[in-house]
Design a protein around this ligand. Structure first.
Ligand SMILES: Cc1ncc(COP(=O)(O)O)c(C=O)c1O
Length: 1040
């Protein structure tokens, strides 16, 4: 019956006509711009999707208990996640001129891209919140919590409860965005500056970034920086054989694509040094691990000198806790120090998320990958922080970008920074001394009471033990079965043990028993721990800055945390309508999963039988993502969108390689509208980027695409398409574009950043793409964390499945002998955030997920409709024959206001006075603002935002007429200090009142997030680069 009806409706569906270059008159005074448009002449039709997206069904899905209370649990999720109620939806549809959601969607989404299948996700109606938690605890309990002294770059740590509760679990910290709008981000910028200061102080190198994705990718960045530093003229990169194996794998995977040869040498031996000398002329850099993966500590000064003598860069992967005591990398002449800050308070989390660090000398400050926080000043001359050197970003440099870090690990960097603030230098040193002391006690007992041999003669926390008369497996089994402890198996007769902050006397006794079979009387050590040999010790002071010597009581730290978060705007304050960023609700139930011990206490290289909960979780999550994306297999390894792109393109390259086409197929087509990470990823994969034009209506120029696909048919590797496009449009030509590339031998990469417009309605797989990544920190509700964590599963069609990445230590589900090497350190990337997105999918279920996309599209179109009377909207023109609807985001075109002196930045900054974060500015089109409301914002909030933009429009009007009220835009944002402390005589020159500045609309009097500084001076900060906290002397000088 339903099928018959669908068939009937299908036969009466609209045809789709495109008219290019139809110009229309703009509606507002300033909208006299011309643009070419697409016209959709549509007749009444119904949705082809099998998902029921009608208004009547929405009422049932939104709240299944709205009409009848029965046996079912009442804490359903859809109504808590999706903002607009069914009544709101009706009102919004009326504003748009529709009666039913289906009717609206049929007009907003081109018919030919809708898929004809229903999602299979179970449970179909979704778990309620309490059911979800029960289910998650059940899964978490299948992971076995064992004390892991496995090491390999992951160490146990104690997350101080004050930081757990007030930072990790605080939405003010975890829901904020990357601090692009510094006036409402001073809190997290200060915390990230603290992080940079920790890194510079401990490594001894003066310039650090605000985190990278993990140690492996940081090492990959060091390799790439060394290679590019010599302009690609020397193509050997030397790594010490004492490097963590997973780090080596990531470096190799990155090197292969840019034709860098990795040479592994034992650099702590004379033979290794001689080998290095013999190839030195072709070496662009070298990397050593300090302390080594076996725990040993060597003096690498000679290696640094050799590498420098040939203009190469010398890098050291190192350990922050060890560095509180041992000599810093700067003492060995290192140009780069890198590593993970995980053991500064961030749980194992089965591999992540953790923040990696990267520091360098001032000479290379402009080459450092990733974001850097720097000091500048505001309009009133007050010191203020901001992201420095932003022009180095991929958005500007595109395929010439030498690194590709967009989302990094800000939240985790903040945790580690606060860990250092709380413990201070002495507290950190005490932790380190205790770790060393316990390790040495264990070593002494092994040496005096067993016939095993400790292979490393110096150590900080790790011993590598050559066993005698017992196998590694037997020792591992004894440690596990008798003491619930994991050790690391090096080979059949060698194990290693890495102690950490969590070690207790009972663990020491257990380990001594494991290796010696003897009981140990803890009283015999007299409470005095051995200390490190003097020749290993650093001689300088660490962390002397005020911030690390102040907040050591819980009261003090609590207040510091609250002081910082109160300076920032997050989703806890108001909507963050950043186009292309999907700043939706990060529900508490979802985020709670980060604190479940069964998820966060598992070492990534723990035996697989201890991680059965994770296995179930990842399997089910990947299955659901296959369903949502229309693909056949998924890898959860990549831990950011950019990393996902790199992975996807590497898979495509491997596919061509398997067909003997690797060298030949090296062209990647990328539309000019693409996100900057797309060309940067292509370049990292060794591909040549060929831009494809876009038409003036924003869609891909299919004629240009066809020409280029045919011209490069012999060499075509791939195309990267974002869908809906970065302009927020369901462009009609997507299927044709995919077809053209396939026809010419290329594969199609679909950037899934805009997946929030697709779920349950269409999908990359159904459109015909070969591979996509998903930013789960966008579509799937993982919080943005002020700049990370991210996680980007990559989904593929069957033909790319054999190439999905493998891992050195863990058998990943899809690894084959054709797999590409690891793209980052851990087998499932930032595995502990997977439960967040898993819960999101499972609580919405197959029934509600299509409504997420539907309401996201409705919210955007509602705002667009209210705003179009006041602002030109790029590419959308409902008054003539243009495209009538946007997808889930749209672009306010402010370029014409430039003629009267108003720029996009003035509107963006003024929005802060209205209590809002600006939309995405000047991406993908300079001089515009791109608005993405998401489904989680309710009608009242959408209206508040629209009302604010309309009020700003009046201020623009005033500015244009020379009315002094208009100055309010140029002086925006107005900090509290500006409003209160500016003298009356100075204020009167402005031509508007303090109230007009601070409370332009009535709602602000009861609810407003204040900018804490005035507009930042960007140029000053870049010209005077200061990227660490002030020293004690500087603070003192300032006070005089
Ligand atoms: C379209 C698009 N692609 C890729 C990315 C990169 O993702 P990530 O920041 O996680 O690296 C973004 C991020 O904003 C994006 O908007």
């Amino acid at each position: 019956m339903i099928q018959a009806r669908t068939a009937l409706l299908r036969s009466s569906r609209s045809s789709l006509h495109r008219f290019v270059n139809v110009t229309s008159t703009a509606t507002t005074k300033f909208a006299a711009y011309q643009t070419s448009r697409v016209s959709l002449t549509s007749f009444s039709r119904s949705l082809a999707t099998k998902a029921d997206t009608s208004s009547s069904n929405y009422a049932k899905v939104f709240n299944p208990n709205s009409e009848k209370v029965g046996l079912d649990n009442l804490d359903t999720f859809a109504r808590r996640h999706i903002g607009p109620t069914p009544a709101n939806v009706e009102k919004m549809l009326k504003t748009l001129g529709y009666n039913d959601l289906n009717e609206f969607l049929a007009q907003a989404i081109p018919e030919h891209i809708l898929f004809k299948r229903k999602l299979k996700i179970q449970p179909q109606q979704g778990f309620t919140e309490s059911e979800m938690l029960d289910h998650l605890h059940e899964i978490a309990n299948k992971n076995k919590i064992v004390k892991s002294f496995i090491g390999k770059g992951y160490a146990g740590t104690k997350l101080p409860p004050v930081i757990q509760r007030n930072l990790l679990e605080s939405p003010e910290w975890y829901t904020s965005y990357t601090p692009y709008q510094p006036e409402i981000s001073q809190g997290r910028l200060e915390s990230l500056l603290n992080y940079q200061t920790v890194i510079t102080s401990l490594t001894g190198l003066p310039m650090a970034n605000a985190s990278l994705l993990d140690e492996g990718t940081a090492a990959g960045e060091a390799m790439a920086m060394s290679y590019h530093n010599l302009k690609g003229k020397k193509s050997i990169y030397v790594v010490d054989s004492n490097l963590h194996p997973q780090t080596l794998d990531v470096i190799k995977s990155r090197a292969e694509n840019i034709s860098v040869q990795i040479v592994e040498l034992p650099l702590s031996t004379d033979a290794g040094v001689e080998q290095l000398k013999s190839i030195l002329k072709d070496v662009c850099g070298a990397l050593v691990q300090y302390p080594g993966t076996d725990g040993s500590i060597h003096n690498y000064k000679q290696i640094g000198e050799l590498v420098h003598s040939n203009k190469g860069l010398f890098a050291m992967a190192t350990d922050l806790l060890a560095l509180t005591l041992i000599k810093p990398p700067s003492d060995f002449g290192a140009d780069i120090a890198l590593g993970t800050s995980q053991r500064f308070g961030v749980p194992f989390g089965y591999g992540g998320p953790h923040a990696a660090f990267f520091s360098t000398s001032m000479k290379y400050s402009r080459k450092i990958p990733g974001r850097i926080v720097g000091l500048s000043k505001d309009r009133l001359g007050k010191p203020a922080l901001r992201l420095a050197l932003q022009t180095r970003e991929q958005h500007i440099k595109r395929e010439k970008a030498t690194s590709n870090i967009c989302t990094a690990q800000a939240l985790l960097a903040n945790i580690s920074a606060m860990y250092a603030v709380y413990h201070g230098p002495e507290g950190l040193k005490n932790i380190a001394k205790r770790v060393y002391g316990f390790t040495t006690l264990l070593a002494n007992q092994i040496q005096s009471n067993s016939t095993h041999q400790i292979l490393n003669d110096k150590w900080f926390d790790t011993l590598t033990i050559q066993l005698n008369q017992v196998s590694a497996d037997e020792v591992l089994l004894k440690a596990l079965n008798k003491h619930n402890i994991n050790l690391f198996k090096v080979n059949e007769s060698t194990v290693s043990v890495t102690l950490d902050e969590t070690v207790e006397t009972k663990d020491l006794i257990a380990l001594i028993d494991t290796f010696t079979g003897k009981s140990f009387d803890i009283a015999s050590i007299n409470d005095t721990l051995p200390s490190l040999p003097t020749e290993l010790l650093r001689t300088d002071q660490i962390l002397t800055n005020e911030v690390f010597n102040t907040h050591h009581s819980e009261t003090a730290l609590l207040r510091y945390l609250h002081l910082l978060q109160s300076k920032d705007l997050s989703l806890a304050n108001s909507m963050i309508p950043l186009g292309s960023c999907t700043m939706k609700l990060n529900a508490t139930v979802e985020m709670q999963t980060l604190s479940i011990p069964g998820f966060n206490s598992i070492h990534p290289f723990a035996p697989i039988d201890q991680a059965q909960g994770y296995k179930q979780l990842v399997d089910e999550f990947e299955k659901d993502l296959n369903d949502i994306t229309g693909f056949d297999a998924t890898t959860s390894m990549p831990n950011s969108g950019a990393q996902g792109e790199y992975t996807g393109l590497s898979l495509i390259r491997q596919y061509h390689k398997s067909r003997g086409d690797y060298e030949k197929r090296n062209i990647c087509l990328i539309p000019v509208s693409a996100h900057g990470t797309n060309p940067a990823s292509a370049a990292m994969c060794g591909l040549k980027v060929v831009p494809v034009k876009c038409l003036s209506d924003g869609s891909i120029d299919l004629v240009d695409l066809q020409e280029k696909a045919e011209q490069y048919a012999e060499n075509l590797c791939s195309i990267m398409i974002t869908y809906p496009s970065t302009y927020g449009l369901f462009e009609p030509g997507v299927k044709k574009a995919i077809e053209l590339v396939h026809k010419n031998g290329g594969l199609v990469y679909l950037d899934g950043a805009n997946m929030n417009a697709q779920v349950g309605l269409t999908s990359p797989g159904d459109l015909g793409a070969d591979v996509c990544h998903l930013n789960i920190h966008k579509t799937f509700a993982l919080s943005h964390g002020g700049g990370g964590p991210g996680q980007a599963p990559v989904c593929v069609k069957e033909h790319l499945k054999p190439f999905l990445p493998s891992h050195h230590f863990v058998q990943t589900p899809h690894s084959t002998n054709e797999s590409i090497k690891s793209v980052n350190s851990a087998p499932y990337g930032s595995a502990s955030v997977i439960p967040v997105s898993y819960s999101y999918i499972k609580m919405l279920g197959a029934d509600a997920l299509p409504y997420v996309s539907s309401i996201a599209i409705l919210n955007a179109n509602y705002m667009l409709t209210r705003l179009k009377e006041y602002y030109p909207i790029l590419f959308i023109d409902s008054n003539s024959e243009g495209l009538k609807h946007c997808a889930h985001e749209f672009i306010l075109d402010l370029r014409d206001f430039k003629a009267i002196g108003i720029e996009a930045i003035d509107v963006a900054k003024r929005l802060q006075d209205y209590g809002f974060h600006a939309p995405t500015m000047s991406f993908p089109v300079a001089g515009t603002l791109m608005i993405e409301p998401t489904e989680s914002e309710n009608l009242e909030e959408l209206d508040r935002f629209v009302d604010s933009l309309i009020a700003i429009r009046q201020e623009i009007e005033a500015f244009g007429k020379g009315d002094s009220l208009g100055n309010v835009l140029k002086n925006a944002p107005h900090s509290l200090e500006d409003i209160i402390s500016t003298s009356q005589s100075d204020w009167e020159t402005r031509g508007y009142t303090r109230e007009q500045a601070a409370y332009p609309l009535p709602f602000l009097k009861t609810s407003k997030c204040w900018p804490t500084v005035s507009r930042l001076d960007d140029t000053y900060g870049d010209m005077n680069l200061i990227c660490t906290c002030p020293s004690v002397e500087e603070v003192a000088a300032d006070q005089n």
